[in-house]
Design a protein. Sequence first.
Length: 374
Amino acid sequence: MKLKLTVVAAIAAMSGMAMAQDMVVKIGHVAPMSGPQAHYGKDNENGVRMAIEDLNAKGVKIGGKAVKFEIQAEDDAADPKQGTAAAQKLCDAKVAGVVGHLNSGTTIPASKIYHDCGIPHVTGAATNPALTKPGYDTTYRIIANDNALGAALALYAADKLKLKSVAIVDDRTAYGQGVAEVFKKTAAAKGMKVVDEQYTNDKATDFMAILTAIKAKNPDAIFYGGMDTQGGPMLRQMEQLGMTNVKFFGGDGICTSEIVKLSGGAKPLENTICAEGGSSLAKMPGGTAWKDRYDKKYPGQFQVYSPYTYDATMLLADAMVKAGSTDPKKYIPVLKKESYKGVTGTISFEPNGELKNAATTLYTYKDGKKTALN
């Protein structure tokens, strides 16, 4: 009987030891998983899930303990109120770090909540420069911001295409308004005339009145600050109004594969020029091989940002490993000084959390396929 008890005790002790070693580390992720922008959210979440699977396959140790990474995924539906509620939920759950959000309008208010509870978040999608203005040591961006995107598009319009006039439309979100404002200022500085400014919202689908007003001004181009869920129908309606020779510019919000479907392959799609922060997949250090793996796991779901959410997850894990701790207080100082070689490039930060040496790539659509211009 005594022998049996000893064996049982030994097994229990070994079991307890194994459990102690298998520490669970939760990474939060927030994006719109419902509503018209859910295709972006799914793509972003896929990137995080893929990174977590890769980390767990490697058998990562932090502070000498084997860890198992898990995702805690939340839906903000691209709504600022839901975004702050999701952020608070992740704070209450004491996740080790957060990847997200997608939209600037949700990320900016959520960033204060993460700061107040001391949890770092890394966005690979939200581009409004205001995000890093508070200088929180919990806020990091691994993609170029709107200052780079809007300016690159305006310079291309003025210098490369020699366009003289443009109409500007934005969806009044933090993202759409921000990138449109940068484009407008840069275009004006280059001598382009802004002949009209119109506004819509991120739920609209009918742009005939806006486009009819713009058509009367006869601009060389339209710049749209917003997402592909409005950009696609806008291109369709431009074709209906005979605006097939007008150039259509936009930031990373319209720079997706989905816009091909949303526009119904309308002729103005061929005149579309959009910008993304970062290099094209073909020029990313690990882009092509990573995309092949992604497509096998998630066929037909790739949009824009999943390589960045993948890298954001790996970056957080790398900082934890180097710090020997999952405690944000201990690994944030390491995160600040990171020089992580990811799929998208080498990630290191300015003091305010902006990515150092952020690249920008312009794209157009040829034969219904997104194609890099630089």
